[in-house]
Design a protein around this ligand. Structure first.
Ligand SMILES: NC(=O)c1ccc[n+]([C@@H]2O[C@H](COP(=O)([O-])OP(=O)(O)OC[C@H]3O[C@@H](n4cnc5c(N)ncnc54)[C@H](OP(=O)(O)O)[C@@H]3O)[C@@H](O)[C@H]2O)c1
Length: 284
């Protein structure tokens, strides 16, 4: 199977969803180019001179922005990239966005107005943040401190996000859709780390902290101020209860239910991702 007119560029193609999207596309015979700073040719959101070469011969793009679609300047850059992509012959854009992030909507609008066929994946927090990203270090250290109180989140499996992205990139029927992607169950952060504790036998505590304590902790770790602001935004405003409900995006896109957090935990535990012993803090 071939994506629309040419190869598929997967931005963030070595990241949590991008690597899975690239892997699946390769398995079904779609030609893939990885867009990342380590890619060939390299791609960096911070260097527009690198954008044109990666778009050569590309018919569709999975767009994941770094560091976050809600970060300052993201909409302008994603818009400029989408316009260049269309001028370069790209016909289809699939954008990864964040659920409940009003700041990300401008980036979505920029893609929707680009003239390409578009699909937006508005995703909740990935389960893989606990195994491959921000929360891995704190989980290994035995304590996850977040300013999220007892709010519930519907962690979605990055495998499901990747399945939806691949469907949108390769099948008809997804153009013009905004899929809100959640898992099938709401969990507080305490319950989520409790499931990891149960599966691994290692004690992992969730400690609710204030926004100020959270930001001060990050600053102490030497996290750059812009990243502190972004993480504080993501872990306070977005986790204020606005996303504490489930959606049917995975079922609407794929005709099946999303994977449960418990299945993810059992798989990651069996793969040994939480078997190491080290102390790290946010961001992992
Ligand atoms: N994490 C979540 O729970 C979540 C939920 C909803 C939406 N999102 C959205 O998903 C997107 C990706 O976030 P993520 O946390 O999942 O990260 P990720 O995809 O795991 O990020 C890593 C990828 O981005 C590439 N990358 C890093 N900096 C780059 C740069 N300056 N230019 C080009 N590529 C760069 C990395 O490759 P190199 O290092 O080789 O460049 C790697 O391929 C964000 O826009 C975020 O808003 C995330």
């Amino acid at each position: 199977m071939e994506a629309k007119n040419g190869m598929t560029l997967v931005l963030g193609g070595t990241g949590k969803t991008g690597s899975r999207v690239a892997g699946r596309l390769g398995e079904i015979g779609v030609r893939v180019r990885i867009g990342s700073r380590a890619g060939g040719p390299p791609f960096d959101w911070d260097d527009m001179a690198m954008w044109e070469p990666v778009l050569e011969g590309v018919g569709s793009v999975y767009v994941t922005y770094q560091p976050d679609l809600a970060s300052p300047g993201a909409a302008e850059r994603v818009g400029a990239f989408a316009d260049l992509a269309v001028r370069s012959g790209v016909r289809r854009l699939v954008l990864l966005s964040g659920r409940g992030e009003p700041e990300a909507r401008c980036g979505e609008d920029a893609v929707r107005e680009s003239g390409a066929e578009w699909t937006v994946l508005r995703s909740s927090f990935f389960a893989q943040n606990f195994s491959e990203s921000f929360f891995l270090g704190p989980v290994l250290g035995g304590e996850l401190a977040l300013p999220a109180g007892q709010v519930a989140e519907s962690f979605v499996d990055a495998e499901d996000v990747a399945d939806v992205a691949v469907a949108a990139l390769t099948e008809d029927g997804h153009a013009g859709e905004i899929y809100e992607l959640t898992g099938p169950r709401l969990l507080t952060f305490g319950e989520a780390v409790g499931e990891i504790s149960h599966a691994t036998g290692r004690e992992v505590r969730y400690v609710p902290v204030t926004t100020e304590e959270f930001a001060a902790g990050l600053e102490q770790e030497g996290v750059p101020v812009e990243l502190v602001q972004l993480l504080t935004y993501l872990f306070t405003e977005v986790l204020d209860g606005r996303n504490a409900h489930l959606t049917d995006g995975v079922r609407r896109a794929l005709g099946r239910e999303p994977g449960d957090f418990g299945e993810f935990v059992r798989g990651a535990a069996a793969a040994g991702v939480w078997s190491r012993h080290e102390t790290m803090h946010l961001p992992g």
